[in-house]
Design a protein around this ligand. Sequence first.
Ligand code: 5GP
Length: 189
Amino acid sequence: MESLKNKILNEGRVEGNDILKVDNFLNHRLDIDFLNEMGKEFKKRFEGKSINKILTIEASGIAIAAIAAQYFNVPVVFAKKTQSKNLDKEVYETEVYSFTKAKYYSVKVNKKYLNKEDNILVLDDFLANGRAAMGLKDIVEQAEANLVGVGIVIEKSFQEGCKLLEENNVNLESLVKIKSIKDGQIVFK
Ligand code: 5GP
């Protein structure tokens, strides 16, 4: 997606050799017009697929998932990271290692929001080592639902997530793929 590459080059900020900050349009300030463009692109990438629910993870996946959902006309379910008093005891739960926070956390989805008739599209902002995506895949499997695919805004192809998803036969669609980040320079695949 050329417009996203340009947006990353113009507005993104590199931290070290593996972190890209896109707070100006995706992770802090939300550029709704641009999120709509990306939402339409996800719809195109998964055209013809039967999808009745989008699943993401709080907090950074929610914005793109909610905007994209308008083009799929489906609800969004987001996995919760926090221990919530309101969340029923009846949950699907999995452990995810956070690349950015360098710690494990548990994510949960209330059982009433996923079931075995569901055809699920997982959406997230970044793909790094694939732990978030694999955690959501695990939750889909616990619900005995069907994982149609995983849609990612920014894939960092130099980390192991894309390989891990491929090895697990996941239909992965990334709007842009970054081959490397070195000395502040972003190189797209
Ligand atoms: P993974 O689970 O694939 O290792 O990491 C994906 C998650 O970590 C994403 O949901 C995203 O929130 C966060 N993440 C990974 N890499 C980056 C990055 O370079 N920039 C930002 N802003 N978030 C990232």
